[in-house]
Design a protein around this ligand. Structure first.
Ligand code: ADP
Length: 460
């Protein structure tokens, strides 16, 4: 019986399987002709035998191309939902943001799971993160990515019973993909998904209105007319915001006015993201530069891949991509010191705001990172990482005051590093404002030129 227990324990639950995916083509609106192409992919699953018998080649992979938020992920799910097969997904940026060697083994694990649970759809989001033409990225980060890409090619090239597992990937940059990826038998089918037009927007709004109490005389045309340029993700958001509006006023139905107001809010957000004033660009640049400049001082966080202030639909202001061990981080296996370093990095934007704009001019641009710092500090204390011992009396009070003490220390440390690296900050900010993003090599060149990195003593 010992053996049986061991076997049961060894049989791992699939890690990349998304359970309960129940999306149908009717949930994706404004597709027009694209729908026929996707229906054919469903047939590869449902009528695979027929295709094989007639010698029709089943594509190795399908590439969904288009800007963020147009519904590429939703479509991949709908293919799985219509075919009634399992859906496995991973974001390619998860392949590269981690320690060397992990990317390739994740790809292997992903495909092994998909095969063991076939028929299945494997969905790879942001394929360009790993599929960028080889040789374009130099240094160790490039090698890691190459190893991952090679593994992906091996998996795509396959195995017996091709057609049981179909890979769908999404990208906004099909033009920069490694040519090896788009060779016949691999991602040999491209489907472009454009931003929706007027009619498309009406249809998308209606799909999201289906489960909501809409006023019977709702003027979808009016809403669609004033949302030119918006994608499905933004339109879905508008319906949600309108619903909140209705609830807040205690009304039973969503009106045209609710939608128009919500559209205005979304539009303003969009403008903030796309047409920032020069001051706004600079402020965002300081925010992101501060994280990178502080992070580069710490061993677990200095693997900076790039820094950007280019807005991405519906996402944060900008971001710093660091290669760090997300697995370890999620499972709480990071050392006490790296947790402290992490907190310090998350407080860097707040510290920079104070240093560059002064205490009276503080903005809220760093609200999210400060929040991350707060919850990490609590984790640190609750996880027993802190030196202080806690009696049961005053448990919560002590935790909060100890977390606060840690936050203050880390904040001081972030400020100290930034003050010591004012020249580096200025250089990074200038380039960010001008070019919107900074690749790894450029960043480290600036660090070499202007940085003043010192091994910091563990200080909390
Ligand atoms: P992408 O993968 O292209 O970035 P997503 O599929 O993640 O976009 O879209 C995010 C959300 O936006 C979806 O879950 C859905 O709610 C909404 N959405 C996007 N496009 C559509 C569409 N064509 N029809 C209906 N909803 C959409």
């Amino acid at each position: 019986s010992g053996a049986r227990v061991r076997r049961a324990r060894n049989k791992k639950l699939p890690q990349y399987l998304e359970r309960g995916v129940d999306v149908k083509f009717s949930d994706v609106a404004g597709l027009g002709k694209i729908r026929e192409e996707l229906e054919e992919i469903v047939k590869f699953f449902t009528h695979g035998e027929m295709y094989r018998r007639r010698g029709v080649k089943i594509p190795g992979g399908i590439l969904l191309c288009g800007p963020p938020g147009v519904g590429k992920t939703l479509l991949a799910k709908a293919v799985a939902g219509e075919a009634g097969v399992n859906f496995f997904s991973i974001s390619a940026s998860q392949f590269v943001e981690i320690y060397v060697g992990v990317g390739a083994s994740r790809v292997r694990a992903l495909y092994q799971e998909a095969r063991e649970n076939a028929p299945s759809v494997v969905f790879i989001d942001e394929l360009d993160a790993v599929g960028r033409e080889r040789g374009l990225i130099k240094g160790s980060g490039g090698q890691e990515r190459d190893a991952t890409l090679n593994q992906l090619l091996v998996c795509l090239d396959g195995f017996e019973g091709k057609g049981e597992v179909i890979t769908i990937a999404s990208t906004n940059r099909p033009d920069i993909l490694d040519p090896a990826l788009v060779r016949p038998g691999r991602f040999d089918r491209k489907i472009y998904i454009p931003k929706p037009g007027l009619i498309g927007r009406i249809e998308i709004l209606k799909v999201h209105a289906r489960k909501k109490p809409m006023a019977p005389d709702l003027d979808y045309m009016a809403v669609a007319s004033m949302t030119d340029g918006m994608v499905g993700a933004e339109l879905a958001n508008i319906v949600e915001v309108a619903a909140i509006n209705m609830m807040r006023d205690g009304r039973p139905e969503i009106t045209t006015d609710d939608l128009l107001q919500a559209a205005q809010i979304e539009e303003r957000g969009m403008l903030d993201r796309k047409e920032r004033s020069p001051e706004m660009w600079k402020q965002v640049a300081i925010n992101e530069a501060a994280m990178a400049v502080v992070a580069v001082n710490f061993p677990d966080l200095r693997n900076i891949e790039f820094v950007t202030i280019a807005p991405r639909a519906g996402r944060e202001l900008g971001y710093v991509r660091m290669k760090m061990d997300h697995v370890k981080f999620k499972e709480g296996m990071l050392s006490r010191q790296s947790l402290l370093d992490h907190i310090t990095v998350q407080l860097a934007p707040r510290a920079a705001d104070e240093l560059w704009y002064g205490k009276d001019q503080l903005s809220t641009i760093w609200a999210e990172t400060a929040d991350n710092a707060r919850s990490a500090a609590r984790t640190l204390v609750l996880g027993g990482f802190s030196e202080k011992h806690y009696g049961l009396s005053n448990f919560w009070v002590d935790i909060d005051s100890e977390a606060l003490r840690i936050l203050h220390k880390c904040y001081g440390r972030a400020k100290e590093i930034l003050e010591r690296n004012r020249n580096l900050m200025d250089a990074v900010v200038d380039i960010l404002v001008e070019k919107k993003s900074l690749q790894k090599e450029e960043f480290f060149n600036l660090v070499k030129l202007h940085g003043s990195l010192q091994p910091m003593p563990p200080s909390v």
